[in-house]
Design a protein around this ligand. Structure first.
Ligand code: CAA
Length: 283
């Protein structure tokens, strides 16, 4: 099946990045969010990030103008009905995602492919709540989406080969590289990355190092572009905690127990960059 039109649900940091890369690759994009304010902020962020790429001579001014012209916005979910591909990038809560698919599917064409950008929730379970589990996949982008090369492609137990092949072609058309992952908690990247971040928080909690020494150690000692605590702030501490809980519940191993300090920061509302406070103070 040829994909030309794409609906992106959720205009947060992942949703706006996904809309950005699809529009730049020539797809017609309809970005949906319940909040008109989130949509106008997303358009401003996309424009700023495209400008960054123009300044660094990664794309031309014409590419930017054409990409901006391919993005429309809507607060009405059912406007996405006629589109070829749906990418759900809403809040990382299963009830929210399931409700979105249930509301949308009566308006979809039978051939439309459904995907979720979930970073950890079971694709098989999300798919089973839709009318087309064979046309459902995980399509997991990394943050910042315009920069990161990888997209995880996750097949649910019922996903058919045609859907997988179509989505592999779509990822390649974005100039990105797909890694295929089986549907187990947190897939590949977060199965490895989140325990490292959680261990960095334990290292802080137990007083082995302070925020700066932990981050410097991993940047200069392991050549990571960001230290683990800076990266946790960048991803969002609530997201990190949610993923650790999925690993802990799904794999039932104490090695995935979230650090109490991570839980405490989330309970305080110190979620990282998005709330201007996390392991670092951005105020
Ligand atoms: N849009 C477009 N371009 C962007 C951008 C954006 N949002 N953010 C950064 N860039 C570009 C910059 O313009 C710059 O381009 P050039 O290479 O052409 O100069 C390049 O990216 C590097 O940016 P900066 O110079 O501003 O800053 P930096 O060198 O410190 O890099 C970074 C920033 C790319 C974010 C880098 O620190 C990095 O790779 N960090 C690790 C990110 C990471 O691990 N992401 C995965 C998180 S896990 C995840 O996403 C999965 C999940 O489910 C939680």
């Amino acid at each position: 099946m040829e994909i030309r039109t794409v609906g992106v649900i959720g205009a947060g940091q992942m949703g706006n990045g996904i809309a950005h890369v699809f529009a730049l690759a020539g797809y017609q994009v309809l970005l949906n969010d319940i909040s008109p304010d989130a949509l106008s902020k997303a358009i401003a962020v996309i424009e700023r990030n495209l400008d960054r790429q123009v300044t660094r001579e990664k794309i031309s001014q014409e590419d930017k103008t054409a990409a901006m012209g391919r993005i429309d916005t809507t607060t009405t979910l059912t406007d996405l009905g006629p589109l070829d591909l749906i990418i759900e990038a809403a809040t990382e809560r299963e009830t929210v995602k399931t409700a979105i698919f249930e509301d949308l599917q009566p308006h979809l064409r039978p051939e439309t492919i459904l995907t979720s950008n979930t970073s950890s929730i079971s694709i098989t379970r999300l798919a089973s709540r839709t009318d087309r589990p064979e046309k459902f996949m995980g399509l997991h982008f990394m943050n910042p989406v315009p920069v990161m090369q990888l997209v995880e492609l996750i097949r649910g137990i019922a996903t058919d080969e045609a859907t997988y092949k179509t989505m592999l072609g779509v990822v390649e058309s974005l100039g990105k590289t797909a890694a295929s992952a089986e549907d187990f908690p947190a897939f590949i990247v977060n199965r490895i990355l989140m325990p490292m971040i959680n261990e960095a928080v334990y290292t802080l909690y137990e007083g082995v190092g302070n925020v700066r020494s932990i981050d410097e150690s991993m940047k200069l000692g392991a050549n990571h572009p960001m230290g683990p605590l800076e990266l946790a702030d960048f991803i969002g501490l609530d997201t990190c905690l949610a993923i650790m809980n999925v690993l802990h519940d799904g794999l039932a191993d104490t090695k995935y127990r979230p650090c109490p300090l991570l839980t405490k920061y989330v309970e305080a509302g110190w979620l990282g960059r998005k709330t201007s406070r996390g392991f670092y103070d951005y105020r």
